[in-house]
Design a protein around this ligand. Structure first.
Ligand code: FRU
Length: 503
């Protein structure tokens, strides 16, 4: 009974919020996933099965701050429109449901399937005061209902041992689990024939950034642009992230089913996202070969201030789903992220286009298009970007309010400044600038900006440099401008798409 009442409350809240969106929930994103109400953190259990992308998430069913951690659940057929489903896994007998993953057990190795169909198996951390262990739950009805396996499958009697991510390693015909030993800055690898018995095989770390707890690892092979594949180990870290607080780093290397060996010659940490608001990013499991993409998303917040952001009746959004690949650069391999193409369905007809010209002409064109709608997908291409031509792109959200991007080709940096972006005073760590490396080749620069009600995601150089920041601007129209103090690059094109609500 309780569960039914909860579901109805959810659905009502979603449709009501859509209608009254602008008036009552000015910060509710239109094209980013949010729970209808209450607190959310990490994405969990992401798995594709029978045409549905499942997104589970760390959820407090009782309030808008962290607590009573359980798995919320939503599904999508297109990664754009999400349907809220009832709570999948609830806190029970004092054991919270911490982060974890889910897989399709195609060969029914676990024996948890029925009627010849593969079960969905979730592998999550059970959390009690002073103790974390790894547990299973399974579903035989496309993830609609879940049964917990009562005993942990992996228990080291540790206080900090969490966030199992499991995948089928075809070359060795067995399951591999990556799981964090957060306080030791280690990722531990286990293998299993059946998801139930796990054997320790190796540790990775400390390495890269080690200034905080290692959490939410993920491991997968990725195609390299121009040919070949490499393994990528994702490790979230909090605190000690590149923009302060929570951040997501990665390592490239080789994995033979037993041991991850990072590429040599890489000493500094490499970051998936240089903004302050990308954390606990993990990828979808079991994406069909015919699709072939490695898709992930992250929690679009930061433990520094996540519980204080000025949204109600929900807290936190996910980033847009992004496709991952690797690119060879003179400094080694770099992770490349692109918003999934499905998002383009949300672009309204008749985008605004500037077909190319001088910087001054582009600035005048932008000035003639004031009062843009609040949700935008903007593509800007520049040429002639050189050391003499630093410039900025401003997203103006009120007379004295703007979020700015500065391109400094002399130092090869891209800076996102949210110090005047709207509401910033709710936490002292919010009102900051975040900067990222920018590898400008032959003076060419492409910037893609995804602007939603309370976030800006910047994909530079076709996704080689990514910055994700929350912002809490005034309601109303937006305008874009570009400015430069020195020599000016040429503007090859600007395309501004207004975005609509998924329906
Ligand atoms: C990361 C994290 C995980 C943990 C979960 C608890 O944000 O701390 O390590 O499983 O959140 O909600």
């Amino acid at each position: 009974m309780k569960r039914v009442a909860f579901l109805c409350a959810c659905i009502t809240a979603v449709s009501a919020s859509t209608i009254a969106h602008a008036q009552t929930e000015p910060f509710r994103p239109l094209f980013h996933f949010t729970p209808a109400r209450h607190w959310m953190n990490d994405p969990n259990g992401m798995v594709f099965y029978e045409g549905e992308w499942h997104l589970f998430y760390q959820y407090n069913p009782f309030g808008d701050k962290w607590g009573h951690m359980s798995w919320g659940h939503a599904v999508s057929r297109d990664l754009v429109r999400w349907e809220h489903l009832p709570l999948a896994l609830a806190e029970e007998d004092g054991t919270m449901i911490f982060s974890g993953s889910a897989v399709v057990d195609w060969k029914n190795t676990s024996g948890l399937g029925t009627n010849g169909k593969p079960p969905l198996v979730a592998i999550y951390t059970g959390h009690r005061e002073g103790r974390q262990d790894q547990r299973l739950a399974f579903s035989n009805d496309r993830g609609r209902t879940w049964t917990k396996v009562p005993v942990p499958v992996l228990d080291l009697r540790l206080a900090d041992f969490r966030d199992p991510k499991v995948f089928w390693h075809a070359a060795t015909s067995r399951w591999v689990m990556t799981v964090a030993l957060p306080t030791e800055q280690k990722v531990r690898f286990y293998t299993s024939p059946n998801l139930k018995q796990w054997t320790f095989v190796s540790d990775f770390g400390p390495a890269g950034a080690t200034g905080g707890a290692w959490e939410c690892p993920d491991l997968f092979a990725l195609p390299v642009e121009g040919g070949g594949t490499k393994w990528v180990l994702i490790v979230s870290i909090n605190p000690g992230g590149v923009a302060g607080g929570s951040g997501t780093q990665y390592f490239t290397g080789e994995f033979d089913g037993t041991r991850f060996v990072a590429d040599t010659g890489v000493t500094d940490a490499r970051w998936a996202d240089y903004g302050a608001d990308f954390y606990a990013g993990v990828s979808w499991s079991d994406v069909p070969k015919s699709d072939g993409r490695r898709v992930w998303l992250g929690w679009m917040s930061n433990w520094l201030y996540a519980q204080d952001v000025p949204t109600s009746p929900w807290r936190s959004a996910m980033t847009v789903p992004r496709v991952l690949t690797l690119r060879r650069t003179p400094d080694g391999l770099r992770l490349v992220q692109q918003p999934v193409a499905e998002l383009e369905k949300l672009r309204r007809a008749s985008p605004l286009r500037f077909a190319g010209g001088t910087f001054a002409a582009a600035a005048r064109w932008l000035a003639s298009h004031k009062d843009l709608p609040p949700m935008l997908d903007v593509d800007m291409r520049f040429t002639g970007v050189s050391g003499k031509a630093p410039f900025s792109v401003h997203v103006q959200t009120a007379a004295d309010e703007r979020t700015s991007l500065s391109v400094d080709p002399a130092s090869n940096r891209l800076t996102l400044d949210r110090t005047h972006s709207g509401r910033t005073a709710f936490h002292r760590d919010f009102s900051l600038r975040h900067d990222a490396p920018l590898r400008i080749v032959d003076g060419a620069l492409r910037l893609r900006l995804l602007l939603d009600a309370s976030s800006l995601e910047v994909f530079a150089l076709g996704g080689e440099t990514v910055l994700t920041d929350l912002i809490f601007p005034s309601a109303g129209g937006r305008s874009l401008s570009i400015a430069s103090d020195g020599a000016m690059p040429t503007v090859k094109s600007i395309t501004i798409h207004a975005m609509r609500t998924p329906q």
